[in-house]
Design a protein around this ligand. Structure first.
Ligand code: CNA
Length: 237
């Protein structure tokens, strides 16, 4: 009953706003079949952060790629109702930007245009030696370490690994959208990965909504907390 009140309040806030920003994480894509990292069924129940660190990439590229291909690339997944719902809000000029920690490209696949991918994308890859760009097929088709056809350099995904910095330009753009947002909806993220989670501090409004199955360190700061799935919270079930 309490939850129904909260869910109606969320829909009312969405109805009344024309400057919504959505800040999301791995929980946005679990309904598409991509596991998150930190819930009980998440990837971290199996694997340490070390396997996705820059140190591991540089020292054990073959093993890095074995893990990466198996656990982070899902070429056949499709956007879920949540991705399509957010895309619809943008088409209606209500939602101004999606800021995502995800690297799966599903928001764009659902038609969203303004997507800031804080941690990059599995679909963008480049040669570390000559800079030649590659799509995801080169990673999927390589038997072990993907190599550049032009110069033989190692190809690296444009994905932010642990120990690597985020791109300044993306951070600045994300801050601008968050500062100007009327309604900030944060969903499907444990909010423990920095600096991404710290971006919420830039929100100046009084409509910060947190939707997450588990509790997060920011729950106390939010104006509305819904500990439910995003599908349920947006009443898309
Ligand atoms: P996380 O730390 O795994 O947290 C995900 C959170 O989402 C958890 O607290 C879950 O309770 C919650 N959750 C799961 N499903 C749902 C749902 N349907 N509705 C509501 N809540 C749900 O992931 P974060 O995004 O916070 O951490 C950032 C990391 C995870 C980034 O570096 C990502 O690149 C990385 N990641 C990305 C993907 C992807 O691109 N799809 C998948 C797994 C991890």
């Amino acid at each position: 009953m309490v939850l129904e009140v909260e869910m109606s309040e969320l829909l009312r806030m969405i109805e009344n706003s024309n400057n919504i920003v959505f800040f999301g994480g791995a929980g946005v894509s679990t309904e598409s079949g991509i596991p998150d990292f930190r819930s009980s069924k998440g990837l971290y129940s199996k694997s340490p952060e070390y396997l996705l660190s820059r140190t591991y990439f540089d020292s054990n590229p073959k093993e890095f790629y074995e893990f990466y291909k198996k656990n982070l690339i899902y070429p056949d997944v499709k956007p879920s109702k949540i991705h399509y719902y957010l895309s619809k809000l943008e088409k209606e000029s209500k939602l101004k930007a999606i800021i995502t920690q995800n690297i799966d490209g599903l928001h764009q696949m659902a038609g969203s245009k303004k997507v800031i991918e804080l941690h990059g994308s599995v679909y963008k890859n480049y040669c570390m030696k000559c800079g030649k760009k590659y799509d995801v097929e080169i990673i999927l088709c390589s038997k072990d370490i993907p190599r550049c056809s032009k110069c033989g350099g190692i190809i690296k995904p444009k994905v932010t690994l642990y120990e690597e910095s985020l791109e300044n330009q993306k951070i600045e753009e994300a801050i601008k959208f968050i500062e100007e947002a009327d309604l900030l909806i944060v969903g499907g993220t444990s909010l423990v990965v920095y600096p991404a989670a710290g971006l919420l501090e830039y929100y100046r409004g009084d409509k910060l909504v947190l939707i997450n199955k588990d509790k997060t360190p920011y729950d106390r700061k939010a104006n509305l907390v819904i500990n439910q799935s995003l599908e349920e919270a947006f009443q898309l079930k």
